[in-house]
Design a protein around this ligand. Structure first.
Ligand SMILES: [Zn+2]
Length: 135
């Protein structure tokens, strides 16, 4: 009788100090529960926070990947004709100042030839860089 009474006391005692976690459903002592989420055990809250952090990190990685400049599409965006005009024009100005006695047509021919050589060299090097970067 005393033994049964003692057992009942201790059962009630245990029941008062245990609580069911709303996430994992396990019965756990009160001090195993989170202070921020009163019905969730510390283990579940820690897992929840870790998962949240990972989701944020994955989202960041995804955004970084999607917004990273793509070297191939970037090279398609280069307006080579505009670049050719600008280069030939700048070169002609410099040439005219340095050699004012050379006929304009000769200057134009030399500058366009030099510009085409320069731009072809730039395009070739750009492709070489890409083939190194691309697996
Ligand atoms: Zn839990």
């Amino acid at each position: 009788m005393v033994c049964v009474f003692n057992l009942q006391i201790s059962d009630t005692d245990i029941m008062e100090k245990l609580k069911r976690c709303e996430l994992c459903g396990e019965m756990k002592p009160l001090n195993d529960f989170s202070k921020s989420y009163k019905n969730r055990c510390k283990k579940c809250v820690s897992y929840m926070e870790k998962t949240k952090r990972n989701i944020h990190k994955e989202a960041k990685d995804y955004i970084a990947l999607m917004t990273a400049p793509d070297p191939i599409s970037e090279s398609l965006l280069i307006d080579w004709e505009q670049r050719r005009y600008e280069t030939a024009k700048d070169l002609s100005c410099a040439y005219l100042i340095a050699h004012p006695t050379i006929p304009f047509i000769e200057i134009a021919k030399v500058c366009v030839e030099f510009t085409d050589t320069l731009l072809n060299e730039l395009k070739v090097n750009k492709h070489d860089e890409q083939s190194i970067q691309d697996p």
